[in-house]
Design a protein around this ligand. Structure first.
Ligand SMILES: [Zn+2]
Ligand SMILES: [Zn+2]
Ligand SMILES: [Zn+2]
Length: 147
């Protein structure tokens, strides 16, 4: 697994540092999105003197390099998630338990049409995140009011 992340980083022309590899391992252990503070707390077990600004910087660099995804929660907090699905897809995020589920639906063609016909422009890329409650949370009473 460690080897794997080193290869991924090098493949993207990003320097493979022990901190980046551990950061990716921390995210890979979870099927939920994590805040920079969550990641920092888990990483501190391995790097005692690690500062939160270093974690923020590495997260932004890995995000910019396309290794990890950002989740923008309706509570305005920024979270991060590692997804290994390389096909074009979008994320359904549970605002309550933080689960992330891949959604293959994409309205790319419709968007392209609307933009071309409506504003005579051209779509270069798009971001779509679906916020909701997952089926586990829907089965639990009170989850709907959790945020
Ligand atoms: Zn949920
Ligand atoms: Zn995904
Ligand atoms: Zn799409």
């Amino acid at each position: 697994m460690k080897q794997d992340f080193q290869q991924i980083l090098r493949g993207l022309n990003l320097k493979s540092t022990p901190k980046r590899v551990v950061l990716l391992e921390v995210l890979d252990d979870e099927s939920v999105y994590l805040s920079p503070e969550d990641i920092w707390n888990r990483m501190k077990k391995r790097f005692r003197r690690l500062g939160l600004p270093t974690v923020y910087r590495n997260l932004e660099e890995l995000y910019a390099g396309g290794v990890i995804s950002r989740v923008i929660h309706p509570n305005r907090q920024l979270y991060y998630y590692l997804c290994r699905n390389e096909e074009h897809h979008h994320h359904f995020i549970c605002v309550s338990c933080r689960r992330v589920v891949d959604v293959s639906f994409c309205a790319e063609k419709e968007l392209q049409d609307v933009v071309r016909e409506g504003i005579q422009g051209k779509v270069l890329s798009h971001i779509l995140q679906i916020n909701g409650l997952c089926r586990h949370c829907l089965q639990k009473d009170g989850a709907v009011h959790a945020y």
